[in-house]
Design a protein around this ligand. Structure first.
Ligand SMILES: NC(=O)c1ccc[n+]([C@@H]2O[C@H](COP(=O)([O-])OP(=O)(O)OC[C@H]3O[C@@H](n4cnc5c(N)ncnc54)[C@H](O)[C@@H]3O)[C@@H](O)[C@H]2O)c1
Length: 350
């Protein structure tokens, strides 16, 4: 087991435990609280064994990420007499953790919550950082607040039941941390793809721990996404999100972000920010991890989706550009120039 803490400006220290059985940790945690509820999607409730807290079952995925689900959590918590000294424990993928964090933020004006991620994407990304919320009016994450968990418990037992494609999807984000901020992580991921495929616990502990440490450093520096540091976490996501939307969400998030990183790094080369070998190195890693997907979308839809990117301010996009593996800079690019470059450099996507 490996652990660390990071500091949140509003909630103090957040404890992160990687490769810690949930059952053991829950007993210790509950000594500090007057009560608890454990919130989990019905799809995985069979995987969650513990009997210490009353259980609230919710729907997960994008459909379950709604204000209605938040209200269900709140009503059930009241029925279980959860008071302000209690804790909500979210056990699930990113969609569940986003809902639980938001419910905890508004229940009785805010109570503590713990994140227990059960997908690789949630283990390396969604569980940490304090972005909580739900979808509404056909828009993703349009309602939400920043609210850090008090603790994040990564129990590697949950990895065993993940379908291979969904298991591998999370490694696009591990690759992102490596490419943007951590050359050592990039190397360890690339040198050990066979152990990734075999779901080797020791390696997983190292890759998840390093990913979370990298993300925590960024979150500590720019908790509320106001200073331009947190945009590094968006690497590959400007084009990636647009690919997801232009493909009608037929491409998975990890694969879209992977292709997004190849495209964005190629644009970086064209603009003179990125070393020429970077796009090839990213593509090589994605291929080894079975994350390289040959996909064609309507190029106009892709460009329209980029225009709608949340990181756009007026005529400009504020985006991260990798300079070399492990380093990045913040760049402001005119939207019209960026769209022209996507068409020119990443035309193979259309
Ligand atoms: N808050 C953040 O910082 C942040 C960051 C990244 C992503 N997200 C959000 O996370 C969501 C995506 O998360 P996700 O990829 O974890 O998907 P998800 O939560 O939708 O779960 C995907 C599927 O995996 C299944 N599942 C979960 N754990 C399992 C296990 N151990 N074994 C077998 N099946 C299991 C679930 O039942 C579900 O069907 C999106 O809504 C995204 O917006 C949030």
């Amino acid at each position: 087991m490996r652990s660390f803490t990071y500091r949140s400006q509003c909630s103090g220290e957040v404890k992160v435990l990687v490769n810690q059985p949930l059952d053991e940790e829950i007993r210790r945690l509950l000594e500090r609280y007057t009560g608890c509820v454990l919130i989990t999607p019905s799809s995985i409730s069979g995987l969650v064994k513990q009997g210490y807290c009353p259980r609230i079952m919710i729907k997960d995925g994008e459909e379950g990420k709604s204000i209605e689900t938040v209200l269900e959590v709140i009503k059930d918590s009241m029925n279980h007499s959860l008071d302000r000294g209690g804790v909500m424990i979210g056990v699930g993928g990113g969609s569940t953790l986003d809902v639980v964090g938001f419910a905890a933020a508004i229940y009785m004006r805010g109570i503590d919550h713990v994140n227990v991620p059960t997908t690789t994407l949630a283990m390396v990304d969604a569980a940490l950082g304090g972005k909580t919320g739900v979808n509404a009016a056909n828009l993703k994450n349009v309602i939400g607040v920043f609210k850090q968990p008090v603790e994040i418990v990564v129990d590697l037992g949950f990895v065993k039941t993940l379908p291979q494609a969904s298991y591998l999807d999370g490694f696009a984000e591990v690759l992102k941390y490596g490419v943007t901020m951590d050359k050592g992580l990039f190397r360890r991921l690339n040198d050990n793809v066979d152990r990734v495929m075999a779901r080797d616990g020791t390696l997983l502990e190292d890759l998840i721990y390093s990913s979370l440490v990298n993300k925590a450093k960024v979150v500590e520096a720019d908790e509320f996404d106001k200073l331009g540091v947190r945009i590094v976490l968006n690497y590959g996501h400007t084009v990636g999100h647009a690919l997801e939307s232009a493909s009608g969400f037929s491409i998975s998030h990890g694969r879209a972000v992977g292709l997004g990183m190849v495209c964005e790094s190629s644009i970086g080369v064209k603009l003179g920010y990125t070393k020429p070998d970077v796009p090839g190195l990213i593509a090589e890693s994605l291929t080894k991890l079975n994350l390289m997907q040959d996909i064609k979308v309507n190029l106009d839809s892709l460009l329209r989706a980029i225009m709608g990117d949340k990181k756009r301010t007026g005529d400009y996009l504020n985006i991260p550009m990798v300079t070399d593996v492990g380093d990045w800079v913040k760049v402001k690019v005119k939207v019209s120039d960026y769209l022209r470059l996507v068409r020119e450099v990443c035309g193979y996507l259309g």
